[in-house]
Design a protein around this ligand. Structure first.
Ligand code: G6P
Ligand code: FE2
Length: 213
């Protein structure tokens, strides 16, 4: 029998990376085109500040997916586009009933959550905060601090990510903006469109319909 080998991964808090990872990817500002409210500020930042890396993920993925776990580290740079804090693309799990755990390591930020039928929640995350993202919630991380924001995450290996759900509704329902006194506030996204009852039902039915991974 060839068992999957146990491993350990060292979290490098300073670099915001996990050593001994099996995968690593970086997202640059240009990868986030269309996500921010202030498109002029986005374009100005791209041309003046350059197309810099805004977040990166080091992760460990098991050789087989079913029933196993993926874990890793996300490092987000601090910054704003206009008044809006730096964010990740955000997604719902492709197998929508799969949950996720985040564990704050460094910096300050929050998890912006949205249910399929448009309820919204915010979970603030600092070092040592564990954030539970329940099944079916769309989730996006936001760095609301002035330093890097680093979180460990873990989720079922068969979960996958669906990024289109956010694009199809004109973005997430809320945006996280500077409040003018050094903090953050949530603001409605005027472009947001509710998902139809049929779309919501489809997500809930997915499990019984049997999703091909
Ligand atoms: O995938 P994004 O929405 O860009 O977020 C970046 C990453 O953030 C966390 O690390 C999640 O656990 C990953 O699943 C996700 O891929
Ligand atoms: Fe996720």
């Amino acid at each position: 029998m060839k068992w999957v080998e146990p491993i350990s991964c060292q979290v490098d808090l300073q670099q915001g990376l996990m050593h001994n990872a099996s995968g690593h990817y970086q997202k640059r500002l240009s990868d986030l085109a269309g996500l921010y409210a202030d498109d002029a500020a986005f374009k100005a930042e791209l041309s003046h500040g350059g197309d810099r890396v805004v977040y990166e993920v080091t992760e460990w993925r098991p050789p087989a997916r079913s029933g196993d776990m993926i874990f890793g580290l996300t490092r987000m740079s601090p910054g704003k586009i206009g008044e809006e804090f730096y964010l990740t693309r955000g997604h719902i799990h492709a197998v929508a009933d799969r949950p996720e755990i985040y564990y704050g390591q460094r910096g300050e930020g929050l998890m912006l959550l949205e249910s399929p039928d448009g309820e919204t929640r915010i979970v603030e995350i600092n070092a040592q905060t564990v954030c539970y993202v329940p099944p079916y919630w769309i989730h996006r991380s936001v760095n609301t601090g002035s330093d890097e924001f680093v979180m460990l995450f873990s989720y079922p290996a068969d979960a996958g990510q669906d990024y289109d759900i956010i694009a199809h509704s004109g973005g997430m329902r809320r945006r996280i903006m500077a409040d003018g006194t050094g903090g953050w506030k949530q603001v409605d996204n005027a472009a947001w469109q509710a998902r139809s009852a049929q779309t919501v039902a489809k997500l809930l039915d997915q499990q019984s319909a049997g999703v091909t991974l």
